[in-house]
Design a protein around this ligand. Sequence first.
Ligand code: GLA
Length: 731
Amino acid sequence: MGILFDEGKQTFSISTKCSTYQFMLDPHGFLLHLYYGKRISGNAGYLLKYLDRGFSGNPACVVNDRTFSMDVLPQELPAWGSGDFRSPAFVVEKEDGTRSVDLRYVTHTIRTGKYGLPGLPAVYVNEDDTAESETLEIVLKDSVLSLEVHLLYGVLPELDVITRAIQVRNKGAETVYLDKLLPASLDFITGEYDLLTFHGRHTMERLVQRMTIGYSEERIGSRRGASSHQHNPMLVIAEKETTDTFGDCYAMQFVYSGGFQAEALKDQFGTTRVQIGLQEEGFHYPVATGETFTSPEVILSFSRDGFDKLSHNLHDLIRDHICRGKFKNRPRPVLVNSWEGSLWNIDKNSLLSLAREAKGIGADMLVVDDGWFGNRDDDNSSLGDWYANEKKLGGTLGSLIEEVNRIGLKYGLWFEPEMISEQSRLYEMHPDWALQIPGRVPIRGRNQLVLDFSRKEVRDYIYDAICAILDSGNIEYIKWDYNRSIFDVYSEAADHQGRVLYDYMLGVYEFLENLTNQYPDVLIEGCSGGGGRYDAGMLYYTPQIWTSDNTDPIDRMLIQYGTSFGYPASTLAAHVSKSPNEQTGRVTPISTRGIAAMYGSFGYELDLALLTEEEKQEAREQIATYHRYEDLILSGDYYRLSDPAKDAFCGWSFVAKDGTEALVSAVILRLCSNDEIFYVKPKGLKSGCIYMEEETGDCYDADLLMSAGLPLPKEAGEHRAYQFHFILQPE
Ligand code: GLA
């Protein structure tokens, strides 16, 4: 396992437990990709065939050899200017508009440990597993531009994970502009593939789309300045027959929270190319003489056994090598959030009575959402004015927190640090701090503008304001929201506007890095109108994210199902809300809402006083149940047991890594009269063993359960849900 360079065959092989990634250094100094897939020990160089192909040009270095064309050969970093007309991963422009780069190998190093990326979130290794991980750094050079490109590869062999990032160093005399940079581009010489993407919209995020990669260029991405509700920066490439439990598949996950772009195509000779990286429009990044540009990284993973295994690789990686801080492997507080129950209509009395109700059902924390600061009574004002509204709170924030703590609850608070309302003191003082284009009236989103987080003085001001709030009381949780997209890209401070969106994201990361260092005991939950910035970049700072503004448990099945492909349950925040549901008006039993929300970090988001005594008792029991299973939910292996877009129920399970227990859940999605029986088939149990279902005491043969399933009860009533806890029996 690990990284090897075969001198004789001039081939780099990166091997993990089950996969090999191989490419060669060709005699002309080009890096040609050979293979990525099932672990191999041989050399895949023979796969390359050199033929004279019309209209595919030949680089000068091959002289009269018309069989050598970069337009046909598989590449490690397809760059515009080499003669490859397929979608490039790297485009460089000179001041005069010339776009061309010719990258040739200079040197490489292989070292122990995984590289880090300055100022950017990245996969990290823990102290005790440094020896396992390795880095390959390859230096390429364009001698005309004196531009060095460093290709970074990291490997975590046990997790079947390889990472890729790129650094660009300008050693020439002229500024160059990066116009396109996709740090990972995969060329599959053979095979037919499907592409799975995760699309959606506000309140319906990460729905699964599966399409054939054909002779066209498919492109998804986000031009919104955030990774977005509309597409997630995560792809799955699958062989045609691949299912959850069978077949070869690959993941590409971009560790970045700004705009992104992914492309997939089959070229004229059947090679499949799939790429992901920075979004092209709005990216024209100047790299001046002596400067280095560092790209975010892409996570690659491979599974021979279908999507479940691929998800496990990513879940383990994100839990242990992306998420950081005190809460990464710890139970999270069960919280009661004020938003859906009260919106902005909060005051001291309503908050304290919510806190008492929350305590009554056994919750751990009260989260005061929007509305506690400035003159914020709706979404038209006060963003940027991060001082407590003492009239509403009936005194200082500190005294309210003390009262909540006295009730026996922790206290959490909502912020939207990157935003500014035009109706705010901050805007009166610093209108230029909002991103807006001189001479144009900015486009509003939720009636607010975006603060220019590419500027240090802007970040510093907001940072100090937030620290003053955090220091004013015992605040143990922050919800970090971001409620619009970026349209007007112009920063007064930038030497070129083509850098602003990237520098903005670096600014957000720097802010979060400082905040998490200064307040290591505070849990931060990410949010962007729910799941509009649900990505591995944010998860480096915020170990959980508000999955969606849609809390309808039936819609949530689709959202949580799609999210599960790339992200572990520990990162999903899921709450029980009121019925009829705020977003859909759908009526569901509280038991179903509880089971649907035991899918991650659990909580409640409704006016608890409106629950009946029986419902409160049920909530109390749900919290106790959640605490019983939270380790399993947060750290077990997650399995999808049905497809909610097709099947009549949504089933999923969490199985302890050692197979000793499993929590199987199912929510009925569709009912009809005199219907067939639905069987839920658990996965991941220990073959040859017996499991007892805790509530009934019934014992089951694991293999029979996994092959034939467990019949779900047949009960009249919409949207019932069931939970089964299986315990491994001693032999
Ligand atoms: C966003 C969030 C909600 C809530 C509101 C407050 O929409 O996703 O959960 O915090 O903002 O304005």
